[in-house]
Design a protein around this ligand. Sequence first.
Ligand SMILES: Nc1ncnc2c1ncn2[C@@H]1O[C@H](COP(=O)(O)OP(=O)(O)O)[C@@H](O)[C@H]1O
Ligand SMILES: [Mg+2]
Length: 117
Amino acid sequence: MTNETIITDEIFTTPEGFSCSVLFKQNYQSTAHIVVNQGGTSSGKTFAIEQVLFCLAGETAKQIITIVGQDIPNLKAGALRDALTIYHSSEILQGKIKSYNKTDRTFEFANGSGTMG
Ligand SMILES: Nc1ncnc2c1ncn2[C@@H]1O[C@H](COP(=O)(O)OP(=O)(O)O)[C@@H](O)[C@H]1O
Ligand SMILES: [Mg+2]
């Protein structure tokens, strides 16, 4: 639980040119140390959180971000597939990413950040 107030009526420009759900903004603008997302299956939690993590990786140098799941097959069918969809959805994001290593399932950013699935 958090007492944080989310201001929802300010003008919000979506970073990276993403097409975002409301979940993106709520997670992206949070200043809390830990953000818990609860909701039904396929309600867009993972997708929105990955969009946020890609933004944070691009904005701040040398961030190491790890995305975990119950096992590799689940990651491949879920979070990793969505990460690649997000990657392909934004030329701005693609410009910030130096390489994607298919074997290690890592994205390496030009600013030294990296995400690992
Ligand atoms: N902003 C979005 N744009 C496009 N597709 C989306 C978006 N959010 C969710 N989806 C689609 O809905 C599916 C389910 O979303 P997901 O984030 O995996 O749900 P949850 O993690 O809440 O179970 C994703 O695999 C993706 O295909
Ligand atoms: Mg999920």
